[in-house]
Design a binder for this molecule. Structure first.
Ligand SMILES: [Zn+2]
Ligand SMILES: [Zn+2]
Length: 258
């Protein structure tokens, strides 16, 4: 068994559960602990499943309850040293739970292999991830302004992909953000647009890729129907039968078999 649920995703908070039969990992805890447990209850999962919390980068939409979660569950917090230096003041006491990881160096949590790799984003040491168990692989690429050869290489064999589809470029440019923030979002260190998500997907598509979950949608600069249409138009044009889902800011996805 190898499953994922996007507990929440968007500019206001992100959290992703990855689980084998006995090992659960929470990647990012940018929503309240209460909301994480509400999702667990709805999915009928025990809290004791969680064996680790991993933080991808220091932005508060990824770190909000990470420290509290590790203390309450008495599980390790996997984080890079530079990321921790930037957000330790928001974590509370986690010293005895800290486990440092490094981009490019794989590690195990229970029976799940975690592969962090660097992403282009305006954070001190931002990472994207793959998770492998048995012969199945999950890729998570959210919070990236640009994709590199490394991104494509790492995501080239995943069976399920959680992919950022943050904004519609026209909505961003016409929208209420000030010019500096617009520039940041669309820069190489910001977030992927709907079209860029199609560009990335088109380069990692292979017959083994079965589920695509669009994530980190902006509530201000995107609309779920728009993100879905841009991607599904592309998928139809190449006659792909990949299953397309959307993550939501306020509601978790069902458990998806990776
Ligand atoms: Zn971020
Ligand atoms: Zn984010």
């Amino acid at each position: 068994m190898f499953q994922t649920s996007i507990l929440a995703s968007g500019s206001k908070g992100n959290s992703i559960l990855v689980r084998s039969r006995d090992t659960g990992i929470i990647l990012d805890a940018g929503i309240s602990m209460k909301r994480i447990w509400e999702a667990f209850d709805a999915l009928e999962l025990p809290r004791s499943l969680v064996k680790a919390v991993i933080v991808s980068h220091e932005h508060s939409d990824h770190t909000r309850s990470a420290g509290a979660l590790c203390r309450s569950l008495k599980v390790p917090l996997f984080i890079s040293p530079d990321t921790y230096a930037y957000c330790s003041h928001r974590m509370g006491r986690v010293d005895e739970r800290l486990v440092y990881f490094e981009a490019g160096v794989d590690f195990m949590v229970g029976d799940i292999l975690v592969q962090p790799f660097r992403s282009s984003h305006d954070a001190v040491d931002s990472c994207n991830f793959t998770f492998a168990h048995d012969d199945r692989k999950l890729g998570v690429a959210i919070d990236l302004g640009y994709f590199t050869k490394l991104t494509l290489l790492k995501l080239s064999e995943v069976n399920t992909l959680v992919l950022e589809s943050n904004h519609d470029l026209q909505m961003l440019m016409d929208g209420p953000y000030d010019w500096n923030l617009k520039k940041r979002v669309k820069s190489e260190h910001g977030h992927l647009s709907n079209e860029q998500a199609v560009g990335l997907l088109s380069q990692v598509l292979h017959p083994g890729l079965q589920n695509l979950i669009l994530a980190h949608l902006s509530e201000t600069n995107n609309h779920p129907d728009l993100a879905r249409n841009v991607m599904s138009n592309y998928l139809q044009s190449i006659r792909s039968d990949i299953r397309l889902l959307l993550a939501d800011q306020y509601c978790h996805t069902p458990l998806i078999d990776i």
